[in-house]
Design a protein around this ligand. Structure first.
Ligand SMILES: [Zn+2]
Length: 161
């Protein structure tokens, strides 16, 4: 018994190594006639989705940063990335402003999603993604030589320097 206790007490405690938790929606903007942004994948920290909803048209687009179409976006119902994008936009801009910008008629007590006249309308992810990269570049980074975690998804960013 005593031996067990002693052995347990000297066992090194190693904190579990977990990947850095990324913001679910690291980037959202109302620009270019769209609500657009970048949504991190729930299952793969290496992958992000570029999602957008057209103002007025309500055309939905969702693809990975490598321009692979999102498997969750079929027909006219927003995938979970678009829903996360919409949720984040409501947090940042307020539901009224988002609804006005996208021209969504929100019925009393219904969500913005319910007011979308949505259809699938693929748009190139590259435009949104370059806005995101500009946004990252504007972030004030602490003076450090360590790799910037936000940028390590994008090998091409490092290679460009
Ligand atoms: Zn999606």
């Amino acid at each position: 018994m005593a031996v067990d206790v002693e052995r347990r007490s000297v066992a090194p405690i190693i904190p579990p190594v977990k990947p850095r938790k990324l913001a679910k929606v690291p980037f959202v903007e109302l620009a270019d006639g769209r609500l657009q942004g970048v949504v991190s994948s729930g299952s793969d920290v290496e992958r992000v989705y570029v999602s957008s909803i057209g103002a007025g048209s309500h055309g939905l687009s969702c693809s990975t940063n490598n321009n692979r179409p999102c498997g969750g976006l079929r027909g006219s119902y927003p995938c979970k990335h678009l829903q996360a994008l919409l949720d984040e936009a409501v947090l940042q801009y307020g539901a009224d402003r988002v609804a006005r910008y996208l021209r969504i008629d929100v019925e009393e007590g219904r969500s913005l999603t319910a007011g979308l006249r949505a259809h699938h309308e693929p748009s190139p992810a590259a435009t949104v993604f370059s806005s995101f990269l500009r946004h990252l570049a504007y972030l004030e980074l602490p003076d450090t030589t360590a790799p910037v975690p936000e940028l390590h998804w994008f090998p091409s960013v490092g290679a460009a320097h």
